[in-house]
Design a protein around this ligand. Structure first.
Ligand code: HEM
Length: 165
């Protein structure tokens, strides 16, 4: 029997909105010497840092990403979409299945790699929220809930023989 999806509650959505608000309101002094992160939009800088953590824990995936800045932008974009549609995640299912399809068929991602991505994403969220004195342990559970739904659909999409309409 398929496990029933645990959609985020209103409290979870509030924790997610609060944590994302803390992330995107973070400011940084310019690096000395100047660094490319100085010129990134804050959401992209956040996902860029997530990828640095991912490559530290899983160096074998580094070569899968030819353009890490473009990739950081793409991930920041989809995170924004997910957060804006947190109360209606089911409306994103088709798009996420097709994203998962591309991950399996074009990018050769394995289902097992979703755990490493999820763990590093939550780790980066925690670090950024702590830096803003906004961390709350309940935020982990809220983010894990949302990521579990997305990763489940992505993995389902990976197994499809063709994209869905
Ligand atoms: C819920 C989890 C994930 C989300 C939301 C996500 C999101 C994205 C997005 C938006 C893109 C841009 C390209 C496109 O739209 O097709 C992308 C590309 C990519 N993702 Fe993911 N991803 C996830 C999990 C993973 C995992 C687990 C891996 C494994 C390491 C991975 C590896 C890649 C690779 C290799 C690319 C293509 C890079 C390139 O060719 O430039 N992703 N991902």
């Amino acid at each position: 029997m398929a496990t029933e999806i645990q959609y985020p509650t209103d409290d979870d959505l509030k924790l997610i909105a609060d944590s994302w608000g803390a992330i995107i309101s973070r400011t940084f002094p310019p690096s000395d010497p100047p660094a490319k992160v100085d010129d990134m939009a804050v959401g992209t800088r956040f996902t860029y840092e997530f990828y640095q953590h991912l490559f530290e824990s899983n160096p074998e995936v580094r070569s899968m990403f030819p353009d890490i800045e473009a990739q950081s932008d793409a991930l920041a974009g989809i995170l924004g979409v997910v957060i804006n549609n947190g109360d209606n995640l089911a409306s994103l299912k088709t798009a996420v299945l097709n994203l998962g399809y591309r991950h399996g068929h074009q990018y050769n991602v394995t289902p097992a790699q979703y755990d490493a991505v999820g763990a590093n994403l939550v780790k980066t969220i925690k670090e950024w929220c702590e830096a803003q004195q906004k961390w709350d342990d309940e935020m982990t559970a809220a983010w894990v809930k949302v990521y579990t739904i997305l990763a489940g659909w992505m993995i389902e999409g990976q197994a499809l023989e063709s994209p869905v309409d």
